[in-house]
Design a protein around this ligand. Structure first.
Ligand SMILES: NC(=O)c1ccc[n+]([C@@H]2O[C@H](COP(=O)([O-])OP(=O)(O)OC[C@H]3O[C@@H](n4cnc5c(N)ncnc54)[C@H](OP(=O)(O)O)[C@@H]3O)[C@@H](O)[C@H]2O)c1
Length: 281
């Protein structure tokens, strides 16, 4: 049985490959990547597979039984890119697709959700066996901002009192590895999120506690937060997106208390205190 992983040179993909290698022989795994040279450290075979170049996808998927399609990072291009992958998988005789989607993609108000809804529909219409992993927010989306917050003396955001059920990338990677390496997930859609829900003020408190100095959270109007992110050098579209997703989070779009992630991985998800300690360490 051959399992192929797209996006294997990305942050989530690398973690998934390493978790799969702990339970499966390297020969059972193949990395599908844009740049094979970046895949050497993965320790498994790598094939060129660019979502925008269907001929690379057909070649790369030859002999693959199960495909993990990690959603592309090219927001706005993803429905087309994912369609290319799903079409190529059908042509290549892939039997099963596992797709990383977004928490409650069917009803989520996040602007990101539309491409995931379209992809889920394509996966289901493909006729292949499927499993959907609807991932909530990565804790790293926020802990990545800790160095900046320490430098500036405050966290900024627009998530207000919204509780965010984030989990670490490694937690979501463990879920993907579990679903890929074990039977019984056909036709399932998993809503995956952290066991612990926290606000950005709670994150700031935890950082303050561990850093030994007060780093408060300042909630900004959406336009001000987007402008601040643009000022830090983010592309305007991404800055506006991040600010709008924070506002949706303030209304509960990233809260979940179903605990499906910890059930799937057989352990609690990574606590906020641990994610903060890792970011500070
Ligand atoms: N739930 C969340 O909080 C959250 C946060 C951020 C992103 N995401 C989503 O989850 C995915 C995985 O997260 P991540 O942290 O691993 O993101 P990442 O590190 O940016 O990895 C994205 C991967 O997509 C690959 N990719 C992009 N365009 C491609 C193309 N045209 N053809 C083939 N591969 C392409 C990249 O290839 P290269 O290695 O060649 O660059 C990379 O391996 C992201 O792509 C995004 O859809 C979720």
């Amino acid at each position: 049985m051959t399992i192929a992983i797209t996006g294997a040179t990305g942050q989530l993909g690398r973690l998934i490959v390493s978790q799969l290698r702990a339970v499966l022989p390297a020969e059972a795994l193949v990395a599908l990547v844009r740049t094979p040279a970046k895949a050497e450290s993965l320790g498994i075979a790598a094939r060129e597979a660019d979502y925008t170049r269907p001929e690379t996808l057909r070649r790369a998927l030859a002999g693959v039984d199960t495909l993990l399609l990690i959603s592309s990072s090219e927001i706005g291009q993803r429905a087309t890119q994912h369609r290319n992958v799903i079409e190529a998988a059908k042509q290549a005789g892939v039997k099963r697709i596992v797709y990383t989607s977004l928490l409650r993609a069917d009803t989520s108000p996040l602007s990101l959700a539309q491409e995931h809804r379209e992809t889920e529909a394509m996966v289901k219409a493909s006729g292949l066996q499927f499993t959907i992993l609807r991932n909530g927010w990565y804790a790293e989306n926020y802990t990545g901002a800790i160095p900046g917050a320490l430098a500036n003396g405050a966290f900024i955001g627009s998530a207000g009192e919204g509780r965010i059920s984030a989990a670490s990338r490694a937690d979501y990677a463990a879920a993907a590895a579990a679903v890929l390496a074990s039977p019984g997930h056909e036709g399932r859609t998993y809503e995956l999120a952290g066991d612990e829900a926290w606000t950005l003020a709670g994150l700031a408190e935890e950082v303050s506690r561990q850093a030994g100095r007060a780093i408060p959270y300042r909630n900004l109007p959406e336009a001000d937060y987007a402008a601040a992110l643009s000022g830090l050098g983010l592309p305007d579209g991404l800055a506006r997106g991040l600010a709008s997703w924070d506002v949706e989070a303030s209304r509960g779009a990233l809260f979940d208390d179903g605990h499906e992630l910890s059930r799937l991985i057989g352990r609690p998800t990574t606590p906020l205190a641990v994610s903060v300690a890792r970011a500070l360490g």
